[in-house]
Write a protein that binds this ligand. Structure first.
Ligand SMILES: Cc1cc2nc3c(=O)[nH]c(=O)nc-3n(C[C@H](O)[C@H](O)[C@H](O)COP(=O)(O)O)c2cc1C
Length: 206
């Protein structure tokens, strides 16, 4: 399958037209688009280029059904043709940290990357550094939603689920932390227009 949209939306249009969608057209995701959305999300920045995020992509109806139960019965999980669970795995990040050093920095860069991470996280416990990993993964979660919209897809970010159950369903280790669950597909409803604080309410200019 090739990608479906030849002209991606501009960043501005993707932001303006993204809204939470909970009813989806009943057709499978285009695989090329799905992979491209994941690739674009993985271009998100992270401190020291740690890239703590990992993706679980679920398209099997039985697994989606289990996830829906773990999400307190929220129907969007099974309405969507695919669900992307974005989680951070800080322990895997630490084990493979040399791979995140830019190749241009050579062997010296790889050793420096190891020393940086050992220095920053070696003395922290798994939960503490897991929290740091999650703060990086949240950036990719934002990119993921906009990458999807940019290619003509709709999503709804979700944290309304039991993390222990989702870990069990997906066979993920205890230490991983969830940025969120993201049902994805084509919209079969309009969703709600944006309702947001004004910039004047939110911003101070110095
Ligand atoms: C981190 C996060 C968790 C959310 N969890 C849920 C959820 O479990 N179920 C749901 O229906 N919507 C969930 N939402 C969607 C929000 O309700 C929605 O983004 C917000 O009301 C703004 O609406 P909009 O996305 O259409 O602009 C979540 C959103 C975020 C960012």
């Amino acid at each position: 399958m090739t990608a479906t949209l030849t002209r991606p939306l501009s960043v501005t249009d993707a932001i303006e037209t993204r809204r939470s969608i909970r009813k989806f057209v009943q057709e499978p995701m285009n695989e090329a688009d799905l992979r491209e959305i994941l690739r674009l999300a993985s271009l998100a920045p992270s401190a020291w280029n740690a890239q703590t995020w990992r993706f679980a992509v679920i398209q099997t109806p039985e697994v989606k059904e289990k996830l829906r139960e773990a999400a307190y019965g929220q129907g969007q999980v099974t309405s969507a043709p695919a669900v992307i669970v974005l989680y951070s795995d800080m322990e895997d990040t630490l084990q493979t940290v040399e791979d995140t050093a830019h190749p241009g920095m050579g062997d010296e860069g790889r050793s420096r990357q190891r020393a940086t991470f050992d220095g920053a996280f070696g003395a922290q416990d798994v939960a503490q550094r897991g929290q740091w990993g999650l703060s990086q993964a949240n950036i990719a979660f934002g990119f993921l939603m906009l990458a999807a919209r940019g290619l003509g897809y709709d999503t709804v970010p979700m944290l309304g689920f039991d993390p222990a159950k989702v870990r069990e369903i997906l066979g993920l280790p205890e230490h991983v932390q969830f940025a969120g669950m993201l049902p994805i597909g084509k919209r079969a409803e309009e969703g709600f227009p944006h309702h947001r604080h004004s910039v004047d309410r939110l911003a101070r200019f110095y």
